[in-house]
Design a protein. Sequence first.
Length: 130
Amino acid sequence: MVLIWYIAVGSALGGVGRYLAGALIQRMAQTTFPTGTLAVNITGSFLLGLIIRYAIETPSITPEMRAFLTVGLCGGYTTFSTFSFETARMMEDGEWTRAVVYVGLSLLVSVSAVFLGFAAARQLIAVRLR
């Protein structure tokens, strides 16, 4: 149960960090391109790679702190970092076909799911307006 609290606190901090960093970068970029989100995804992926590799190869990070930093902080900051790590791990292990399928399905199915969510929202709005 203690581990859950580590993850919860990390997630809260990561979510706030995502909001603040993304908004700041987007404002500085002065463009409609989602620069803030892109920057968060890239920095979150870098941070997760750094933490995971360091935590796996050294005994200096406790399991609780690892959960706080990876599942909590990085997961709250961006779940794209987890996707990126899992893909890189498959590639590193020589599982290129699995990696390509994972990337393809993740992108196609996730974007499709957003459109399905849009359609479901339209239906809910239509029912509500009746």
